[in-house]
Each structure stands twice: as structure tokens, then as C-alpha cells.
Design a protein. Structure first.
Length: 246
């Protein structure tokens, strides 16, 4: 009887230690997620040093969280450390090859590094996954990848698909403004620019294309207004330099 009680007591101790270990691990993982979210927020604000500090804290707490490596890859892209970014994406993909955010970011990155074949595979998987609630991101990145290899027809198809899912996605609207202008369809080009203006702040690039559109349609007054906006708001841009040299 004594032996049975002692044995039962021993099992209870083992169970409590195991539970305590699991609780501690869960607590570390939860804390890592908090640091990850802080790091991602600082990335959005372009506060890169603060982003790195928080991501480093997250990684120390949980080395198996693929999203931490994904965030580090985005950070290293901003820091122009492309070899480190590649290593981060590869690690993230090894840890979770089914994650849609990782597929989208890694696929885009590969396309930008001229590995369009592998990049398109990942982006296509992300774009066509029925569980992807933000498929327009991968569709737009696919369009950009097709533009990179000179296939404007496929690029346009994916930009339009992205806009069917999210009518206000500004990067896709900007690309369709450019494509419509290049095709000589000024009415559509202007319409895409108007839609772009409603959802996003104007950029030197969007205004520069708008100048071309207005000049092509004979609206020189509006073209001059857009020109002055570029010169005043984006004086250091390549578009401003081009306008000054004319």
C-alpha cells in the first residue's frame, strides 16, 4: 500500500513538472508574439532600429516561429541586406512552407532578385489558395513579376483580378494607370488615376503619368498643375529631375 501511494505521488510530481514546463513554454511563445507584433509595427513606421530590437527579443524567446524570420527578412530588405533577407525567407519557408504571408513575401522577393520562375510558383499558390483572405497581394505581385519578364498581357490580367477582389488596392490601380496609358487608352488611364487618388496619396510616379495623360488629351492646364505638385512635393524625385531638364 505504501509503495502504491509513493508511486502515485511520484507520477503526480512528474505530471506537475510537465505541466509547468508546458506552461512556461506557452508563456515564452506568447511573449514572443507580442515582441513580433511590436517589431512589425515599427517596420510599418520605418523605425528600423526599434523593429530590430523587438524582433531580436522575439527570436530569443521562440526560434521556431516562422513569422519572426519573415519579419526579419522584410527588415533586411529595408536595410538593403539582401543576402540576409534571402536567408531569413528560406528559414521561414522551411519552418512553415504553407504560410500564405511567407509565400507572398518570399515569392515577391525572388521575382525582384530575377528568380521569376520560383517566385511565380509561390505567388501563384498564394493567389489561388481559397483560404487566402488577402489574395490581391499575391495577384498584384504576380502582375509585377510578369511585367519584369515583359509579359504585359498576363500582368494586366493579374492586376485586374486583384482589383476584382479589392477594388481600392492602390498598387494595382497605379499599375493599371500605367498600362492603360501605354496602350493608348487615355480614358481608362485617367479613370484608374482618379480611383487611385481616392484611396492613396499621390506619388511622383502617379503624377508623372497623369501629366502624360493630360498632355495627350490636350488638357495642358491640368498637366501643368500636376507638374507643379511634383516640383513642390517631390523635389528630389527622379520625376522632378526629368521635368526640370525639359
Amino acid at each position: 500500500m505504501y509503495f502504491r501511494r509513493l508511486l502515485g505521488f511520484g507520477f503526480t510530481i512528474i505530471f506537475l513538472v510537465a505541466c509547468s514546463s508546458q506552461t512556461q513554454k506557452k508563456s515564452k511563445e506568447d511573449t514572443a508574439v507580442i515582441f513580433l507584433q511590436l517589431g512589425e509595427r515599427y517596420l510599418e513606421l520605418n523605425k528600423l532600429e526599434l523593429a530590430r530590437e523587438n524582433l531580436q527579443h522575439a527570436l530569443k524567446l521562440d526560434e521556431q516561429n516562422a513569422q519572426i524570420y519573415n519579419a526579419f527578412a522584410l527588415l533586411n530588405e529595408k536595410l538593403h541586406k539582401l543576402n540576409d533577407a534571402m536567408a531569413n525567407y528560406q528559414k521561414a519557408f522551411v519552418l512553415n512552407s504553407h504560410d500564405l504571408r511567407i509565400k507572398n513575401n518570399y515569392g515577391r522577393f525572388l521575382c525582384e532578385q530575377d528568380n521569376t520562375q520560383q517566385g511565380m510558383v509561390l505567388l501563384d499558390q498564394a493567389a489561388n489558395d481559397g483560404l487566402n483572405e488577402r489574395s490581391w497581394l499575391a495577384m498584384t505581385n504576380l502582375g509585377l513579376c510578369y511585367l519584369q519578364i515583359g509579359n504585359r498581357l498576363e500582368a494586366e490580367r493579374y492586376f485586374l483580378q486583384a482589383l476584382q477582389v479589392n477594388t481600392d488596392y492602390s498598387p494595382a490601380l497605379l499599375e493599371m494607370q500605367k498600362i492603360s496609358y501605354e496602350k493608348g487608352n487615355m480614358a481608362d488611364a485617367k479613370a484608374f488615376f482618379v480611383r487611385y487618388q481616392r484611396v492613396s496619396q499621390e506619388t511622383a510616379q502617379s503624377l508623372f503619368i497623369a501629366i502624360k495623360i493630360e498632355n495627350a488629351t490636350g488638357n495642358n492646364t491640368l498637366a501643368e498643375q500636376y507638374k507643379q505638385l511634383i516640383l513642390s512635393q517631390f523635389p528630389l524625385s527622379q520625376e522632378a529631375k526629368t521635368l526640370k531638364s525639359r
